[in-house]
Design a protein around this ligand. Structure first.
Ligand code: MLC
Ligand code: AMP
Length: 463
């Protein structure tokens, strides 16, 4: 990455554009060195991960100093911020892009990161409890980005465009570190609107399905993407009608790839290769997959091994161990099938109803339920994801409560956790149906509603 920053393209004035501000690699390196000097020797540091040059400088500074970065969602409320800062032990660092240093600090050089050392700690939801810190090493990130560069023929000739949040794998690892490692120009649009994507005139575009479906509904903007080389979708299933609309409007067949915070991107279609709607391609170099299916069944849990996997959940050895099978394969919790003829994978659904994907964000039902139960008027809460044409799934909260409105509860979650974790709908019920063990029977709450998510090729999920 440093070679790309300071080598051939060091003085490209618009190497990195974020929400309208541009910087050359040399300017970025100067700001990153100043960050590295500030954090050298710390166990970790956090930044409020707004879509800005400051966040990009923080990510590069973390790598220079060998100190892991904890990117905080900028819309996180006090409960979520406190949890992340307390759990990670990271101190919040203000970053000023105008502050530059012309050399990597000696202390940071002395402590230079080994490739296996942690580079990022990304907080992500499980089915229950607060988010866990996923520790990612520089080596895992490098292995993933090199595999993706090969799969997508991604080079310094590209201009990558996206407008994704900079506190998750998609926007930060692929969308920032990927651009820097390949040396491609980066345009972060600030917000991922169809118009901003069209204006950026890139060669390579990243989006979550919600972004692609909004572009497919904006034909004029979509036509502006026709000059691109490759459109890539990920973080949730791309509906087949959106795939077809994009192909009709841009002349390009979008490539879908699959990944998780814990594994980085592991499966993808290839640039120039066959692309079928509803499929996520084949394993990237170095990745092995298997389907843990019942005898005679073709679908089952997708399990993985490879060099891109995380180092563990921060401070949670038991949760880390539970994420693996006895023979050392990572359990994704996703249900998949593999085409025996060409090895192409399809993601069919999620094993757990409590893991929701809304707008490409992974949201654990338990975390939202706990937040709702913190409200003094709420006595019971059960949260589910229901199919949504725009968001893939939308969060619906079933609550037992008196003397409070749905809007008040939505605001309560938005302000305590993150805005993007707020329920889009609150339904008041007299009770939450439970089984003999007291476990909520969420499927009963959805009776009368099609609780299945339409998947690209007609399968259903979550199972
Ligand atoms: C509404 N708003 C409220 C509110 N109700 N604010 C506070 N309280 C309330 N009650 C306001 C917000 O402030 C914001 O205002 C506006 O509503 C929009 O909110 P939103 O929820 O952010 O918008 P939405 O349209 O739903 O977002 C769609 C989206 C977003 C696609 C832009 O979902 C998104 O960025 N998704 C990307 C997720 C992602 O990157 N996932 C990758 C995970 S990694 P204002 O003023 O700000 O407009 C991964 C691995 C892999 O999965 O494989 O990639
Ligand atoms: P996260 O940890 O936020 O990265 O979310 C990971 C989850 O996103 C995976 O376990 C899948 O459920 C989902 N996901 C990512 N990419 C895809 C895809 N292309 N198709 C379907 N689901 C996906």
């Amino acid at each position: 990455m440093l070679t790309a920053l300071t080598g051939t393209y060091g003085d490209r004035p618009d190497a990195v554009r974020v929400a309208g501000r541009t910087a050359s690699y040399e300017e970025l390196l100067g700001a990153a060195r100043a960050v590295a000097a500030d954090v050298a020797g710390a166990p970790a540091f956090a930044v409020t991960a707004t879509p800005t040059l400051e966040t990009v400088a923080a990510a590069v500074g973390a790598l220079l100093a060998g100190v892991p970065l904890v990117p905080l969602p900028p819309d996180a409320g006090p409960a979520e911020r406190e949890h992340i800062l307390r759990d990670s032990g990271a101190e919040l660092l203000p970053v000023d892009f105008a502050r530059r240093s012309d050399r990597t600090p000696a202390r940071a050089e002395g402590a230079a990161a080994g490739p296996g050392d942690p580079a990022l700690v990304l907080y992500t939801s499980g089915t229950t409890g607060p988010p866990k810190g996923v520790v990612l090493s520089a080596a895992a990130i490098a292995a993933d980005l090199d595999a993706l560069a090969e799969a997508w023929q991604w080079t310094a000739e590209d201009t990558l465009v996206h407008g994704l949040p900079l506190f998750h794998v998609h926007g930060l690892v692929l969308g920032v570190l990927g651009a820097l490692r390949t040396g491609s120009r980066l345009v972060h649009t600030g917000r991922p609107t169809p118009e901003a994507y069209a204006e950026a005139a890139g060669s390579l575009y990243f989006g979550v399905p919600t972004v692609w479906s909004r572009i497919a509904r904006a034909p004029r903007a979509a036509a502006g993407l026709a000059g691109a080389r490759l459109l890539v979708s990920g973080s949730a299933a791309l509906p087949a009608p959106v795939f077809r609309d994009l192909e009709r409007l841009t002349g390009l067949r979008p490539v879908e790839r699959y990944g998780m915070t814990e594994t980085l991107i592991t499966l993808s279609g290839r640039a120039g290769g066959p692309v079928h709607p509803g499929t996520v391609g084949t394993p990237l170099p170095g990745i092995r997959t298997r389907i843990a299916a019942e005898p005679g069944a073709e679908i089952g849990e997708l399990q993985l091994t490879g060099p891109t996997l995380f180092s563990g959940y921060l401070g949670r050895p038991e949760a880390t161990a539970a994420a693996y099978t006895e023979d050392g394969w990572f359990r994704t919790g996703d249900i998949a099938a593999v085409d025996a003829s060409d090895g192409v994978h399809r993601i069919v659904g999620r094993a757990s109803i409590d893991m929701i994907k809304s707008g490409g964000y992974r949201i654990g039902a338990g975390e939202i339920e706990n937040a709702l139960l913190d409200h003094p008027k709420v006595t019971e809460a059960a949260v589910v994801g229901v199919p949504d044409a725009d968001l893939g799934q939308r969060i619906v909260a079933f609550v037992v409560a008196e003397g409070v409105t749905g809007a008040e509860l939505t605001d309560f979650v938005a302000s305590h956790l993150s805005v993007h974790k707020r329920p889009r709908e609150v339904r008041f019920v007299p009770e939450v149906p439970r089984n003999a063990m007291g476990k909520p029977q969420k499927k009963l709450l959805l009776t009368g509603e099609d609780s299945r998510t339409e998947k690209p090729s007609g399968q259903v999920g979550p199972l």
